[in-house]
Design a protein around this ligand. Structure first.
Ligand code: NAD
Length: 394
C-alpha cells in the first residue's frame, strides 16, 4: 500500500483528507496543531465578535476513520529526493506527498515591521490581537496615554478590511466597558494603493469604503508604510503615527519550505505545478493551496484563497488515485465562486458568480459559505454543534 502524506490541515489539506477518508484510502496527515481553524473567519474573534470555540475543530473529530493517521508535528524541511520530510519530532517517508502548508506573511523588507507588528494568521494570533487591544484599553485608565487607544491596521486587502470592520463594531463596546469616551478611539487603516479591496470592482470598493468610514474607521489610501518602530509607524510621506497596536495585513507569500527544498518557485515562493497539481520538479509531490503556483486562464498565478485551496484539495485526491492506478489524471479547473468581505457582523460586500452583492445579503452568503465548509468537514452534525457554540461577546 502506497504511503500518502498530507502536510497541513488548512482548507486544502483538510479537503484532501476528508475525501481520502470517504474513499477509504489510508493516509497520514501532519499538522502543527491538533485542530483545524477557520482562517477566513479569524477577524471575527480577533475583533471581539464571539469567543474562540466556534472557530476551530479538532482534526480527530473530523478524520475519525481507520484510514486516517494524525500526527501533531511541525514540518521543518522537505527532502523530495529522499522522499521524506523532517519534523520537529521525527522524520516521515512517503510515496506520495500532498504539500498544503499554506502561506507565510510578506513583510516586503520593511524595517521593524516583523518585530513590531501583530499578525492575523492563526487562532493564537487572533487571541493575541484581542487581548493586546483589551490590555491597552485597561491600561489607559491608569496612564491616559492616547496611543493606547490608537490602532493601526496596515493593508486594506480582504484581511485588513474585514478586521477593521469587526474592530469598528467592537471597540465602542470595549470603551464602554472601561469607561473610555468613544471619541478617544482611533482606528486607522493604511493602504499603499489608491483604492481598498483591489480584487472587487469600483462600486463595491466605494461601498466598502463608505461603510468603514461611517463606522468610524479612518481609511487612508496612497499611504505606504515604510518603517515600523516600537509603537510607531512611519509613512512614505515622513509622517509618523504613534500607536500601541500595529497590525500588519499587507500580504502573504508561500510557505518558505518549498523554495528551501529547491522546488522551482515563482517570486512569491509558490512551487510551480502542472495542470494536474503535481510539482513540475517531482511528480510524486502535489502542491495545493496558497503554496501552489497554478497558472489561471489569464496566464497569471491564481491568487491564494480558501475556495481555491478547498477545490485543489478535492481534485488532488482524484488525481492521486488515478496516478496510483495507472489511469490518466484530470486537469484542475478552478471554479471561481466569488469573493465576499464582511465589514462587521451585519454588512458585507462582494460578488457571487458574477453578481454584485452588498449589505445583509453579502453577510448571509458569507454565513452560507461557512456552513458549506462545515458540512463538507463533518456533516450537519458538525454544523449544528459549531452553530450552538456561537455566543456573542458583546
Ligand atoms: P492582500 O495582498 O490581498 O492585501 C494586502 C494589502 O496591503 C494590499 O492592498 C496592499 O496594497 C497593501 N500593502 C502592501 N504593502 C503596504 C504598505 N507598505 N503600506 C500600506 N499598505 C500596504 O493580503 P490579504 O488581505 O492578507 O489577503 C491574502 C490572500 O488571502 C488574498 O489572496 C485574499 O484574497 C485572501 N483572503 C480572502 C478572504 C476572503 O475571501 N474573505 C479574506 C482574507 C484573505
Amino acid at each position: 500500500m502506497a504511503k500518502i502524506l498530507i502536510l497541513g490541515a488548512g482548507y486544502g489539506g483538510m479537503a484532501a483528507a476528508v475525501k481520502m477518508q470517504k474513499a477509504k484510502i489510508p493516509f497520514t496527515i501532519i499538522n502543527k496543531h491538533s485542530y483545524h481553524y477557520f482562517t477566513t473567519l479569524l477577524h471575527e474573534p480577533a475583533g471581539g465578535r464571539n469567543d474562540f470555540e466556534p472557530y476551530y475543530v479538532q482534526i480527530s473529530e473530523v478524520l475519525n476513520g481507520p484510514e486516517a493517521t494524525i500526527i501533531k508535528d511541525e514540518i521543518q524541511a522537505v527532502k523530495p529526493q529522499e522522499k521524506k520530510v523532517i519534523g520537529k519530532n521525527g522524520e516521515y517517508t512517503y510515496d506520495y506527498l500532498i504539500f498544503a502548508l499554506g502561506n507565510a506573511p510578506e513583510f516586503f523588507g520593511i524595517p521593524g515591521l516583523k518585530e513590531h507588528s501583530l499578525l492575523l494568521r492563526s487562532l493564537e494570533t487572533a487571541k493575541e490581537i484581542r487581548s493586546h487591544i483589551e490590555n491597552n484599553f485597561a491600561a489607559y485608565a491608569v496612564d491616559k496615554d492616547p496611543s493606547r487607544l490608537r490602532i493601526v491596521v496596515g493593508g486594506a486587502g480582504l484581511t485588513g478590511v474585514e478586521l477593521c470592520g469587526e474592530l469598528a463594531d467592537y471597540l465602542p463596546h470595549l470603551a464602554h466597558r472601561y469607561r473610555i469616551p468613544e471619541s478617544k478611539i482611533e482606528l486607522i487603516n493604511l493602504e499603499a494603493a489608491p483604492t481598498i479591496l483591489p480584487m472587487l470592482d469600483k462600486r463595491l470598493q466605494e461601498t466598502a469604503l463608505d461603510v468603514l468610514t461611517r463606522k468610524g474607521v479612518q481609511v487612508r489610501t496612497n499611504e505606504k508604510i515604510v518603517r515600523v518602530g516600537e509603537n510607531e509607524v512611519e509613512l512614505a510621506t515622513g509622517e509618523k503615527i504613534e500607536a500601541r497596536t500595529i497590525i500588519w495585513t499587507g500580504g502573504v507569500r508561500a510557505n518558505p519550505l518549498l523554495a528551501e527544498a529547491g522546488f522551482d518557485c515563482d517570486p512569491r515562493g509558490r512551487a510551480k505545478v502542472n495542470e494536474f497539481l503535481q510539482s513540475v520538479d517531482y511528480p510524486d509531490v502535489f502542491v495545493i493551496g496558497d503554496s501552489a503556483c497554478f497558472i489561471g486562464e489569464d496566464g497569471r498565478p491564481l491568487p491564494p484563497t480558501a475556495q481555491l485551496a478547498g477545490q485543489m484539495g478535492d481534485h488532488v485526491v482524484d488525481n492521486l488515485k488515478a496516478l496510483m492506478n495507472g489511469q490518466p489524471m484530470k486537469k484542475f479547473v478552478f471554479h471561481y465562486m466569488g469573493t465576499l468581505a464582511s465589514i462587521g457582523s451585519e454588512v458585507g460586500v462582494g460578488n457571487i458568480k458574477g453578481f454584485k452583492t452588498k449589505g445583509v445579503t453579502a453577510t448571509i452568503l458569507k454565513e452560507a459559505s461557512k456552513a458549506k465548509w462545515l458540512i463538507n468537514l463533518g456533516g450537519l452534525s458538525l454544523l449544528a454543534k459549531k452553530n450552538k457554540q456561537f455566543t456573542r461577546s458583546y
